[in-house]
Design a protein around this ligand. Structure first.
Ligand code: AKG
Ligand code: FE2
Length: 288
């Protein structure tokens, strides 16, 4: 069985996948140095930094979704490019070879970057609660069905894949990203008994992610953020991808002014469009 087949199996089974050593120690250090240079305020009420686009929508209904107006530490213009403006290493993660084959399997040939933000947390900091953006536990259950694609129980089952780059060690002893493995396939809403005490629930796990690991997960997975327990600061960069015709917000991540993107990276920032008709393949003439 090839490595990709193994990754496909695990992603499908668990709703998430961790690839260790996707970045080497020098690459992790370079990204951390560039973040340090931003002189961000210490992690505050919201752990987010470097977001794009900034949302702040009054239409946000889900309590679990924190409007980006709560973000702190925004620097660099235009604000619509977020941390992509902080240097080429952030842009090179957009289509890093470790993630492209997995994203292709989940999202097809044509997909786009919907939004980005970083997460930093200090010891003792908690955040959020368990949530899923698609499926039985999602807040969008009552949307009207669309046309020509399969809906079960009028629910949206298509979704997003989140890519999270660990720039500091994270794992069961530290806190950070947590999830209920396999919950992207669940037919029932998350029971209150689990959501109320999710950090104590045996069904909720925190994957081991040494610095340099990359995490991919479906937004249909029930997931959240466990309180940070480590002495060192949590640092994760999140890149959220969707099929080319799907969007989360009416705003877009803008191209950075400080870095020239490659043609493939530029495709990721295009306006949404029907796959391969109004949005090109990301894999034309490439090995991955
Ligand atoms: O990495 C985390 O703490 C969870 C972030 C999250 O909820 C998300 O990306 O949707
Ligand atoms: Fe989330």
């Amino acid at each position: 069985m090839s490595e990709l087949e193994l990754q496909q199996y695990l992603f499908d089974l668990q709703g998430y996948l961790v690839i260790e050593n996707a970045l080497d120690a020098d690459e992790v250090a370079a990204l951390n140095r560039l973040i340090d240079e931003q002189n961000l305020p210490p992690p505050g009420k919201s752990p987010r930094f470097g977001s794009a686009p900034t949302l702040g929508s009054s239409l946000v209904r889900a309590e679990s979704i924190v409007p980006d107006s709560m973000d702190v530490g925004e620097r660099g213009a235009p604000v619509g490019a977020g941390f992509l403006n902080w240097g080429r290493p952030f842009c090179d993660l957009l289509d890093h070879p470790a993630i492209m084959p997995v994203l292709r399997f989940r999202l097809g040939e044509a997909f786009r970057l919907d939004r980005i933000y970083g997460m930093h947390m200090r010891k003792g900091q908690g955040y959020g609660k368990l949530h899923a953006d698609y499926g039985a536990t999602a807040p969008n259950q009552d949307v009207q069905p669309g046309e020509y694609y399969a809906f079960r129980n009028d629910q949206i089952y298509e979704g997003f894949v989140v890519v999270g780059w660990a720039l500091a060690d994270a794992g069961p002893g530290h806190g950070g990203f947590c999830c209920i493995p396999g919950s992207h396939k669940s037919n029932y809403r998350l029971p209150q008994q689990i959501s109320e005490n999710f950090e104590e629930s045996a069904t909720v796990i925190i994957p081991e992610m040494p610095a340099g690991s990359v995490l991919l997960f479906s937004e249909a997975l029930t997931h959240g953020t466990a309180a940070w327990r480590a002495d060192h600061e949590r640092r994760t960069l999140l890149y959220k991808y969707s099929k080319s015709h799907l969007v989360w917000t009416s705003k877009r991540v803008e191209a950075p002014t400080e870095v020239d993107l490659t043609p493939r990276q530029q495709i990721l920032l295009r306006e949404p469009g029907d796959p391969l008709r109004h949005f090109p393949s990301l894999f034309e003439g490439t090995a991955v």
